[in-house]
Design a protein around this ligand. Structure first.
Ligand SMILES: C[S@@+](CC[C@H](N)C(=O)[O-])C[C@H]1O[C@@H](n2cnc3c(N)ncnc32)[C@H](O)[C@@H]1O
Length: 499
């Protein structure tokens, strides 16, 4: 491992991915749902946003392309990431995103970073539990200096409670990997091979443990780059939420909410008996610790605010009633239930059915949706409506309803598709940048690629099959995906204003 990484993987680049919880709109919504004042960006607000550890900058660029009045900064210490991100932004013609090469532990040495004004939003995904102590204290200094009063911070990290069963395996992967030598991706693969062999040999502390089995299954399909960055860092350490909150309090930041919106509703996360214990504590940190003990979540995504102003429930309701939503999937995709930590949350058809059918015609204000005459159910809980429909991936909050598609967004989608066709294998989801929503629309790589060919004049099933050249044995599957794209996803994306 090179000296300049301070123990973080630098020989293998990370992979490209879209993380919707990093969006300022989602962060502000979470804060309001958590009962703390926040300003949800409006149509042409000049939002200032900073992403720490931006990798190839895809999330930062998708947000910048969808919101031309925002000013977005991405920071990463890996020059390979920053060079590629800058190149991508130039090719896409994005002038509202800037990428800065800097190390968190010494960020004050970088004039571009030192001179940044106060930020409305700072976000970091996949950083905190993977970096050395000096980088963490650097981040806290940066947040203390650059988050404006009232500004919001989103932070994701491996949760100690959810990782506990997997800790011995993670330690073994790193140790065995380092002994194998070679590049970090090779080391991670060798370490994982050892854990698989030990599971097969029924090693007591690995075999038959559901948390280990499910994570090992997930790693089967993960990219080699992801696995290198997940396992081969010297200082990786999952954290407890109270320890993260204590560290961030140095920057005057206070925990206010989970950025995965459904996680803010105890009834969606815990059983009745667990909720009784949760409610014994008025203090939010104790409540979060109880929640963590009760759920298997391995990644926490938290929202902090610098100077929280608590809002009354009536004010919270009023703010959320004013949010506009856009349907991003066909109305018939509304699921019967949603998988949540507490099990399955049934979606009442008499309530959600009319709401989703209305949304299929145009974007709607939440308050107007809840006033629809044919809605059967509680009309006074906009927080739950927003959390459930975004949790089901059916809607996105919408900043500029009924406005035309943005040229910046469409160009970014075209350039991103071309680049991803060349590079392949993203980490998880990508996104279609979309100006009317201001919120990029999540899609797997193939959706982005099909949109690219469609916009370049290939509009029929056979033409699209030829364009994507599937393997012979994948022809039937490819045809099904293309028909779904043409009949269902494309109309939903048009409805959202992406094209
Ligand atoms: C796991 S990746 C996550 C990238 C991106 N946020 C994402 O989720 O796709 C962590 C990123 O943090 C960067 N990083 C790690 N340590 C850093 C440091 N001390 N200073 C700046 N960047 C750092 C790495 O180069 C890498 O791009």
């Amino acid at each position: 491992m090179s000296g300049w990484g301070g123990g973080y993987v630098t020989d293998i680049p990370y992979s490209v991915g879209w993380y919707r919880n990093q969006s300022p709109v989602r962060i502000a919504l979470a804060s309001i749902i958590g009962g703390a004042e926040a300003h949800i960006p409006n149509g042409d607000d000049p939002v200032m946003m900073l992403e720490l550890g931006c990798g190839f900058g895809y999330t930062a660029m998708a947000l910048a392309a969808s919101n031309p009045t925002w000013t977005v900064f991405g920071v990463d210490f890996n020059p390979a990431h920053i060079a590629a991100a800058r190149d991508w932004a130039v090719e896409a013609g994005l002038t509202n995103v800037t990428f800065i090469e800097a190390d968190f532990s010494r960020w004050e040495d970088n004039p571009a970073l030192r001179d940044l004004p106060g930020m409305d939003f700072v976000t970091m995904h996949g950083i905190w539990s993977w970096i050395p102590p000096a980088a963490k204290t650097g981040i806290v200094r940066l947040l203390g200096a650059k988050v404006r009063p009232g500004g919001l911070v989103h932070l994701s990290y491996n949760a100690m409670t959810g990782w506990i069963d997997m800790l011995p395996a993670a330690n073994l992967i790193r140790e065995a990997g380092n002994r194998a030598g070679g590049a970090s991706d090779h080391r991670a693969a060798e370490g994982l091979r050892l854990v698989r062999d030990l599971i097969k040999a029924e090693a007591h502390n690995l075999h038959g443990r559901p948390a280990v089995t499910s994570r090992m299954e997930m790693f089967e399909n993960a990219s080699a780059n992801y696995l290198a960055h997940e396992f081969m860092n010297d200082h990786w350490a999952p954290c407890f939420v109270n320890d993260v909150a204590t560290a961030l309090s140095e920057a005057k930041l206070e925990w206010v909410a989970a950025s995965e919106l459904t996680e803010n509703f105890p009834e969606l996360v815990m059983s009745e008996a667990q909720r009784e214990i949760f409610h014994r504590y008025p203090d939010r940190m104790m409540q979060e610790l109880v929640k963590d003990i009760c759920t298997p979540r391995a990644l926490r995504q938290d929202v902090f605010v610098r100077g929280a102003t608590r809002i009354r429930p009536s004010e919270r309701t009023a703010l959320l009633m004013d949010v506009s939503l856009t349907l991003t999937k066909p109305a018939e995709d509304l699921p019967e239930s949603l998988n949540v930590a507490a099990g399955k949350a049934e979606l009442n058809k008499a309530f959600y059915g009319p709401i989703v059918r209305a949304l299929a015609t145009r974007p709607w204000r939440v308050g107007d949706l809840l006033a629809l005459p044919n809605v059967v159910g509680k009309r006074d809980n906009p927080a739950e409506l927003i959390a459930i429909l975004t949790g089901a991936d059916m809607v996105e909050p919408t900043l500029r309803p009924m406005t035309p598609p943005g040229p910046d967004a469409m160009r970014f989608n075209e350039v991103s598709a071309r680049r991803m066709i060349r590079k392949g294998s993203p980490n998880g989801m990508l996104a279609i940048a979309c100006r009317p929503t201001g919120m990029p629309l999540a899609t797997p790589l193939l959706g982005l690629v099909l949109l690219y060919h469609y916009r370049n004049g290939i509009t029929g099933v056979e033409g699209l099959i030829q364009a994507i050249e599937p393997d012979e044995d994948k022809l039937t599957e490819a045809r099904t995906v293309i028909v779904a794209f043409l009949d269902r996803h494309l109309p939903a994306w048009k409805n959202a204003g992406a094209l």
